[in-house]
Design a protein around this ligand. Structure first.
Ligand code: HEC
Length: 147
């Protein structure tokens, strides 16, 4: 009898721990992706200004960094992070995970493409829009809560 009670107690303790742990990690993941998006926003503005000032070497570094951040973001939308902790992500992300991931991957690829063509571009402003800014809206309009 005593052994059974102890076993049940251990199982209960583990259950509580596991749910507390996954809650904690959900919070960490949501915070992490928010901070990466905020960082990308700042980085995009820097890349934009530097490009318009024809400072391409520095601009390209920020573009490559953004591309890497998008790849990291691909890993930051697990099933247990659909709600809570102030997330602005819409549940539709998880119903359309392939489409969402494809948009994220395209945004990453476009930043590398942008870095390779910006210097030769005759239309700096239009090129930045096409390969960088338009991707923000394409995703937000469907997958992020209005804010
Ligand atoms: C493939 C989809 C996708 C792309 C591309 C994308 N975003 Fe987002 N963005 C999101 C989602 C989803 C959220 C909500 C994240 C959350 O709160 O869980 C978000 C949130 C944000 C936030 C708020 C972060 C916070 O602190 O709450 C900012 C700022 C932002 N994005 C800027 C940008 C900018 C600028 C670009 C383009 C340069 C961009 N995003 C491209 C999907 C995307």
């Amino acid at each position: 009898m005593k052994i059974i009670k102890i076993v049940i107690l251990i199982i209960l303790i583990n259950l509580v721990n596991v749910s507390a742990f996954s809650d904690q990690s959900a919070e960490d993941i949501i915070k992490k992706r928010k901070s990466l998006f905020s960082e990308n926003y700042k980085t995009a503005k820097r890349a934009d200004i530097l490009s318009k000032n024809l400072e391409f070497e520095d601009a390209k570094k920020f573009m490559v960094k953004m591309s890497e951040n998008y790849l990291e973001l691909l890993t930051l939308f697990p099933e247990n992070t659909k709600e809570g902790f102030g997330t602005e992500s819409l549940p539709i992300i998880w119903d359309n995970k392939e489409e969402f991931n494809a948009l994220m991957q395209k945004s990453s690829d476009d930043m590398i493409k942008l870095a390779s063509i910006i210097e030769e571009s005759d239309e700096i402003r239009a090129t930045l829009k096409q390969y960088m800014w338009s991707n923000c809206n394409a995703c937000h309009s469907k997958f992020r809560k209005p804010h």
